[in-house]
Design a binder for this molecule. Structure first.
Ligand SMILES: [Zn+2]
Length: 264
């Protein structure tokens, strides 16, 4: 029997940036002027009466603040505000190895952690130490994920897997070697959590790749996969860092609409 889920996007941090700092080779778009942009940081909760799945785990203030990121709610507090006790979380999905998705895994001592095999190997390997790759990860987080694996709680995946009934992880790569997107049978309709396969909706809508890229061919292929999925009747499509997410869906807390949204 299939299951359906409530899906939440909780914003835990933000920063001010601009288009030239987020799009690859922005100078090539000669008719397009640079403009200020907000980049928001989210984690996602997928739950029903049987199970709770957390998709990505944010960063800690110790990691985010030196990078100039402004915490809007520390991840443990954000979890508490939506009623998630991390000790009872069944599954954590790590969509990719970047620092803003891999912190706080230690909060979930009883969870199975699902991650792309290729992703974990890449960030443990020598090319990941080259500067352009290295600045996007926290080595301590990758070491911690390896320790979770040694403890027998990490499930490596490749391709497409069912994380739980009604929750599917799809490895698309592009942004990173094993970038995942997550499809959920939400209460009242499908949900596509694009994570950083799509930071901003404009990446797909205007066919404008993000600046940080492992494999541009696969990034474009991921855009095609996602734009195909986004056309499905009734699907709710959630970009990874776009402030529009807070506008397109319903506030979890009416008194603090910036805290996060209920997707389904
Ligand atoms: Zn990210």
């Amino acid at each position: 029997m299939t299951e359906s889920y409530e899906v939440l996007a909780v914003r835990y941090a933000t920063r001010q940036t601009d288009a030239a700092s987020v799009y690859l080779n922005f100078h090539m778009y000669q008719q397009v002027h640079n403009e200020p942009l907000v980049m928001d940081y989210f984690f996602w909760v997928v739950r029903n009466s049987r199970r709770t799945i957390v998709v990505d785990t944010g960063f800690t203030p110790e990691v985010g603040e030196p990078r100039g990121r402004v915490m809007t709610v520390p991840v443990p507090d954000g979890l508490a505000r939506v009623g998630v006790d991390p000790e009872t979380v069944d599954t954590v999905v790590i969509t990719h190895g970047h620092y803003d998705h891999t912190g706080n895994v230690n909060l979930f001592p009883n969870a199975r952690v699902v991650m792309s095999s290729r992703e974990l190997d890449f960030w443990s390997g020598p090319i990941a130490r080259r500067e352009i790759f290295a600045h996007a990860v926290e080595p301590g987080d990758i070491t911690y994920l390896r320790q979770v694996e040694e403890a027998g709680r990490l499930q490596r995946m490749a391709g497409v897997i069912d994380v739980a009934p009604g929750v599917t992880a799809v490895e698309v790569g592009g942004h990173t070697p094993g970038e995942l997107i997550v499809l959920v049978d939400g209460e009242g309709g499908e949900v596509l959590l694009a994570s950083d396969a799509v930071h901003y909706y404009d990446e797909v809508d205007l066919d404008r790749p993000f600046l940080m890229v492992h494999d541009l061919e696969r990034m474009y292929q991921a855009f095609d996969v996602i734009s195909g999925l986004a056309k499905r009747e009734g699907i709710a499509y959630v970009a990874g860092h776009d402030p529009l997410v807070l506008e397109r869906f319903t506030a979890i807390e009416a008194g603090d609409p910036g805290f996060g949204v209920r997707i389904r």
